[in-house]
Each structure stands twice: as structure tokens, then as C-alpha cells.
Write a protein that binds this ligand. Structure first.
Ligand SMILES: *[C@@H]1O[C@H](CO)[C@@H](O)[C@H](O)[C@H]1NC(C)=O
Ligand SMILES: *[C@@H]1O[C@H](CO)[C@@H](O)[C@H](O)[C@H]1NC(C)=O
Ligand SMILES: *[C@@H]1O[C@H](CO)[C@@H](O)[C@H](O)[C@H]1NC(C)=O
Ligand SMILES: *[C@@H]1O[C@H](CO)[C@@H](O)[C@H](O)[C@H]1NC(C)=O
Length: 473
């Protein structure tokens, strides 16, 4: 047989070899070659979490082969299958759901090629994780996640610092408390560190100088206190920094300005008092800046050159005790979608025409200030914004004639049209007018004004004409 025939033969008999399937390991009739001790360790480990009635060898004789277990993934090392990913808890309907009386069995730590370990909604009754053999995972584990385990209490074990290959540590919404273990500083390969939604206390360790690859740092919703360490500025790759809802205080370290790739900075609901204008305006990449609920120095915030932060999409400066006029730099932020200025002590007029021209603006909150004068937003604008526009609780603010265009139109809640007779300002004007009438009842000018006011009610027109009369006198 010539070579061309052999080639044809190969094509016909083994077509799958040509279609480019990656070389799969030899699978025998007895199942994939899985190390026996690895298999036993997997069964024991899982049984610890799901309960003794779970019989792995019975249900899943070939867990890396033809009887896969939901939440278990495998890979081949030295021609044998090993478990690389293990997810416990209710992720899918047929997931390994944990029993209330679960045990972390030592066999878990015998899975020597485990790269990813996740517990989701698994620990429901009170459990602490203390002296487990995390060291055994030191060279393998790349991702460790505890998500939504209300039963996980006590401190995060110090041994977590031995997981030197960890790229992602997610400890989200559990019951952990106490200080952050100092050993977290050893995890310098991390790309993602999320410890949000626990009850951690104490200060943020000043050790981020090694974290050159970190992209996401989320310590929000804990009870962390103290000031922000200046080493935070050395996480040069950082994209998201969320420290919201803690008890952090002091000034923002200027070094935050070194985070040139940062897109999100969320510090809401802390007690941070300043340092903004020297740091944040240098971060040109920032898209989301949320500072609400911090008692920041008003001059500091108002001193930021907002016009330089053209990538801002979300800007929340509410509840910060801000004084003065709405900064003019804000109306240069063409990408802005959300602007929160509510519950401050802002005064002066609202640049409504300019704000309305911001093409993306979809939420604007200026309620709870002491803004004055007329808003000149169009009806179209209010219709676009819906309930995402609030201007109430500004006693001296009204909307310029929009209702008379269409009497059925209802202004956003708490906003009054400037011509409403009920307002204090109008009453004063009407009073002035009646005094005027008494004095100069024969003046045709004043009669004209009166008729104009009563029929149309343009307060500002009236004011102008009143001053005109006064001048004539
Ligand atoms: C699991 O089932 C097998 C039979 O399929 C049995 O031999 C074994 O003892 C059972 N193991 C447990 C732990 O119940
Ligand atoms: C952290 O690193 C230090 C020094 O590099 C080492 O002494 C310490 O044992 C490590 N901690 C853990 C928990 O591995
Ligand atoms: C910042 O982002 C740019 C573009 O995405 C990237 O090339 C650069 O490496 C990043 N800088 C750091 C320090 O990660
Ligand atoms: C609001 O501003 C007016 C002056 O425009 C001032 O008289 C008033 O006291 C201010 N109200 C508050 C609550 O600051």
C-alpha cells in the first residue's frame, strides 16, 4: 500500500483525529485513570459537607470521567486525573448542597492539585475555620471563595497567608469578624481581594506595596477603622477600590493619585475628612467616584478641577456638608450618567440649561439643599429622568413656566412652578402690589401690571415691571 493509500485509510477510519480535537487521555472501559487515593479523598471531603448518607463510590464511580459530579472539575497530571475545582453549596439545582452539621474533613487538604475551592451558601450554622491544613494548598490553590455563608464566624485563619499562589481571594457576605490577618500581606500574587460584607474590625494593614498585580480591592461593608495606608498608592494595576461602609477616617493619602488605572473609587459612608483635591483629580481614568456620607472639607471638594475628570460616569457627592454653588466644572463632564449632590448645603442657582445638555445624564439629585431661583429644565428632560430627578426640599427653588404649556403636566414631586400663588415669594409680591395700588390707584401702569399678574402670573416679569414703576416714580 502506497503512502497515499495509508493516508486515505487514516482519513476514513479515524476522521476525529483530523478534526482537531485536543488529544484526550486514554480512557479504558474501567473508567478514567484516576489515582485511587485521590478519588477516596474526594469522596470523603464531599461527604463531610453533604452528609454521611451521600455515597460517592456508589453514585459517582468515575467522578473525573463518565459520572461527573456537579461542582467538580478535573485535569490530568502525569497521566492521572486529579481534582482541580471543587464547589460546595447551592449554586445549581443539582449542586452539592451542604448539611447543617457539616465537617471539614482532613481529606479535603489531600487534593493536591486543587486550584479552585468555592463555598457558596454552604455554612449555615455557626462554624469557625481555624487550624485547617491550608498550608497543604500552598503551591496549588489559585482561587478561594467563601460567598454567602452566614454561619462562618470567628477570625479568618492566619494560615490563609500560606496560599502563596492565590490569585483570587473572595470572602464575601459571611459572618467573619476580628482583625484582618496580617498574613494577608503575603498574598502578593493576588489579582482580586474581596473581603466585603463581613464584620471585620481594626485597621487596614499597611502592606500593599507588594500587590503589583492587584486589580480589585473590595473591603466594603465591614467595621474597619483608622486611616487609609499610604501603601495603597503602590497597587499600580488597581482598577477598583471599594472601601465603602466602614469607619475609616482621616484624609485620603495623596498616593491614591498614583493609581493611574483606577476606574472605581467608592468610599461612601466613612468618616474621611479630606485630601481629595490633591489626589483624586490626578486619576484621569476614574469613571465611578462615590464619596457620599463623608464629612469632607467642603473647600477641598469644591476645589477639585472637575472639568479634568472627563471620564466620570457616576459622581456621588451627596451628604457631605458641601457649601457654595454647584461647581461649574461638573457641567463639562460629558459622560456623566449619575450626579448626586443631594443633602448638602449648596446655594445659588442651578445651571439647568447646561445640565440638560449633558448627553448621558440619566439621574440627577439636587434635593435637600438651599438652592434658589428658577429651574429651566424642559418637560422632555423631566420625562426622560422620571423618578431619577429630585429637587425637593429646596425652599427657594421653583420651576420656570412649564405647566402652562400643558396644564395636565405634573412636575416631579416636591417641585413647584414659579407662578404658584401659594408661595411665600408671591404673597410678598402681591402685598407690595396692593400697597402700590393704594398709593397710585390712578396709575394705568400699575393697573396693567396687576392685570398681567392676575391673568398670567409671571413672577419675574412682575418683578421687572415693579422695579420699572419704582424707577419711574
Ligand atoms: C457505598 O456503597 C457501596 C456499594 O455500592 C458500599 O459497598 C459501601 O460500603 C458504601 N459506603 C458507604 C460509606 O456507605
Ligand atoms: C508570610 O511571610 C513571612 C515572610 O515572608 C513568613 O515568615 C510567614 O511565615 C508567612 N506567613 C504565612 C502565614 O505563611
Ligand atoms: C494600565 O492600563 C494600560 C491600558 O489598559 C495598560 O497598558 C497598563 O499596563 C496598565 N498599567 C498598569 C500599571 O497596570
Ligand atoms: C438658605 O438661604 C437663604 C438665603 O438665600 C438664607 O436666608 C437661609 O437662612 C438659608 N437656609 C438655610 C437652611 O441654610
Amino acid at each position: 500500500m502506497s503512502w497515499i493509500h495509508s493516508l486515505l485509510f487514516l482519513f476514513l477510519v479515524f476522521p476525529w483525529c483530523i478534526t482537531g480535537e485536543s488529544s484526550s487521555p486514554e480512557v479504558t472501559d474501567d473508567g478514567a485513570p484516576m489515582d485511587k487515593s485521590e478519588r477516596e479523598a474526594l469522596y470523603s471531603a464531599i461527604q463531610g459537607f453533604v452528609g454521611d448518607s451521600w455515597n460517592g463510590s456508589d453514585l459517582y464511580p468515575d467522578p473525573c470521567g463518565w459520572t461527573p459530579i456537579q461542582g467538580v472539575s478535573c485535569d490530568i497530571y502525569d497521566d492521572l486525573w486529579y481534582v482541580t475545582e471543587l464547589t460546595l453549596g447551592l449554586v445549581h439545582e443539582n449542586s452539592l448542597s451542604c448539611t447543617a452539621s457539616l465537617k471539614i474533613k482532613p481529606q479535603l487538604f489531600e487534593l493536591k492539585h486543587l486550584k479552585s475551592l468555592t463555598f457558596f451558601d454552604c455554612f449555615t450554622s455557626s462554624t469557625t475555620i481555624s487550624k485547617e491544613d491550608w498550608v497543604n494548598f500552598g503551591n496549588s490553590l489559585e482561587s478561594l471563595e467563601f460567598r454567602s455563608n452566614p454561619g462562618l464566624t470567628g477570625e479568618l485563619p492566619e494560615t490563609i497567608g500560606s496560599l502563596s499562589n492565590l490569585k483570587s481571594l473572595v470572602v464575601l457576605e459571611n459572618g467573619f469578624s476580628g482583625k484582618l490577618p496580617r498574613s494577608v500581606c503575603n498574598l502578593s500574587s493576588l489579582k482580586r481581594l474581596v473581603l466585603a460584607g463581613n464584620s471585620f474590625t481594626g485597621t487596614i494593614p499597611d502592606c500593599f506595596n507588594g500587590f503589583k498585580d492587584l486589580l480589585i480591592l473590595d473591603l466594603s461593608r465591614n467595621s474597619l477603622s483608622g486611616t487609609l495606608p499610604s501603601s495603597i498608592g503602590e497597587m499600580v494595576s488597581l482598577l477598583k477600590l471599594d472601601l465603602s461602609n466602614n469607619h475609616l477616617e482621616g484624609k485620603l493619602p495623596q498616593e491614591i493619585g498614583l493609581l493611574k488605572n483606577l476606574t472605581l473609587l467608592d468610599l461612601r459612608n466613612n468618616r474621611i475628612s479630606g485630601g481629595l483635591s490633591q489626589s483624586v483629580e490626578n486619576i484621569r481614568s476614574l469613571a465611578d467616584l462615590v464619596l457620599s456620607g463623608n464629612p469632607m472639607d467642603s473647600d477641598d471638594v469644591m476645589g477639585v478641577k472637575w472639568e479634568n475628570m472627563g471620564n466620570l460616569v457616576i459622581l456621588d457627592l451627596s451628604k457631605m456638608g458641601l457649601r457654595g454653588e454647584i461647581p461649574s466644572g461638573l457641567i463639562k463632564l460629558k459622560r456623566l450618567r449619575f450626579l448626586g449632590l443631594n443633602d448638602n448645603e449648596l446655594t445659588g442657582t442651578v445651571p439647568s440649561k447646561e445640565l440638560e445638555t449633558l448627553p448621558c445624564l440619566g439621574a440627577l439629585y439636587i434635593n435637600g439643599n438651599n438652592l434658589t431661583g428658577e429651574l429651566r429644565f424642559s418637560r422632555k428632560f423631566y420625562e426622560k429622568m422620571g423618578t431619577r430627578f429630585k429637587a425637593s426640599k429646596n425652599p427657594n427653588l421653583c420651576q420656570y413656566d412649564i405647566v402652562s404649556e400643558s396644564p395636565k403636566y405634573v412636575l416631579p414631586l416636591g417641585l413647584k412652578p414659579c407662578k404658584m400663588k401659594k408661595t411665600e415669594g408671591d404673597l410678598v409680591i402681591l402685598q407690595t402690589l396692593s400697597n402700590l395700588k393704594k398709593e397710585e390707584s390712578s396709575s394705568s401702569m400699575s393697573l396693567r401690571v396687576t392685570r398681567h399678574v392676575l391673568s398670567k402670573g409671571f413672577m419675574w416679569d412682575l418683578l421687572l415691571e415693579l422695579s420699572f414703576i419704582v424707577l419711574l416714580k
